[in-house]
Structures are given as C-alpha cells and as structure tokens.
Ligand binder design. Sequence first.
Ligand code: C5P
Length: 240
Amino acid sequence: MLQPVIIALDFPSKEDVTSFLSHYRDERLFLKVGMELYYQEGPELIRMLKERGHSIFLDLKLHDIPTTVHKAMVGLSKLEVDLVNVHAMGGTEMMRRALEGLEEGAQGLRPKCIAVTQLTSTTSEMINHEVGLSGTVGDSVIHLASNAEKAGMDGVVCSPLEVPLIRDHCSPSFLTVTPGIRLDTDDRHDQKRVTTPLDAKRLGSDFIVVGRTITKSENPSRTYQTIMNEWGQTYERASR
Ligand code: C5P
C-alpha cells in the first residue's frame, strides 16, 4: 500500500539522497523525485530507490506535443515508478497520449498518472496579469481538473485548499495529491497557498507531498512520524 505522505527529495545529488535516507532504517517510504534530482542522476537513481523498496512519484511535469510526451512516457513507464505527472495545460490529446505511452511501456500495471492544474506557487493575480487567463486560480483548477478527468487521468496535483472544489466537480475516485504542506511552526518559503497535514486530510486530500518541512528538519525521521501521526493511521482512500 502506498504511504499517504510523499517526501519530496529536492536534492541535487544521489549522495545527498543517500545521506538523507540514512535517517530512516527499514521504513518503506513514498518518495518524490523531481526535476532537480532526475536531471542529474537519471534512471539509475530510480532503480536504486526501488531496490531499497521505496515507492516513487516521478514528478517531471511533462508538457510538450502529444507525440513527444507519448514517447517519453513509454520510457518512464519501464522504470516501474508508481506515479508520474503531466501539465493539464498541455491539453486532453497530450494527456491521452501520455496514458497510452504508459500502457505501452509498462511491464505490469501501468504507473498512475496525474495532472498538474495550477502550481501551488501560483496566485490569481499571476494568472490574470502574466498568463492572460481570466477568473481565479480556483476557476482554472476546476477547468483543468475536468479536462484531466475527461482525458482519463487518475487524478490531479493541486493545493489542499482546492480539494473540495475537485470533489464537487470530479468523481470520488479521482485522486488528489497535494503539495504546499507546512506545520504551524514552519517557514512558508515560496509557497503561497499552504495548509497543515491535518487540514489537508480534513479537506479530503488523498496524498500530501512534503518537502522542506521534512528535508530541512533537524530530525527528519521524527518530523516524518509527526506528520504521519497527524495524518492518522487509519487511511482508507489510498488502499483503493
Ligand atoms: O518544500 P516543499 O514542501 O514546498 O516542496 C513541495 C514540492 O512539491 C516541491 O518538490 C514542488 O516542486 C512540488 N510541487 C508543488 N506544487 C505543485 C506540484 C509540485 O509545490 N503544484
């Protein structure tokens, strides 16, 4: 069963990852590998983490023409990761082709694929004045999440604050994976729309993504346990 708390391994090298993971003994973790790390260490790192028994969310946020995304997904699927993602802004055809690529490359069950709606660092002001979209971040999230569901995506990445909106507009089995998590005592860094793990759970998130709160903690193992405890042991949605 996948753990509900996904740790974002936002590190520059394999050595940093190994040193971070030395805080965890035999625990099987759900780890997110993003651009910073994957562009340096590539598939070899994924194989190492999988050999240690961890689950992997490969967070590369693909966004390109449908054929390119399709071909990239065939390759990523062969790595037997558990979760991958694309930008919903790439459109429904791109999302459909991503899923086809994952099916094609999978050895068994294909990795789940979720769509990024709006990044948790985005504000309504940014989408209005810089991107040129009208409406609020919430409007855009609903629109993009509905497109993602139509294209067959398994869920979305969004802020926990947007989960109730997603629940109102998408089916109950549509997964919500939510970054932008901070403990009450934390620095927010560049995240604009944050909640605590407990609030994320109350709002209906299926999985939370936690980076700096754990990775920059003086005691990463204890902070992870605090968050897991805050989330609670009885976790039903992840077992679907
Ligand atoms: O350190 P922090 O907890 O803010 O890290 C959040 C992680 O989630 C980062 O790796 C970031 O790239 C990722 N993420 C995000 N917002 C999204 C999608 C992914 O913050 N919409």
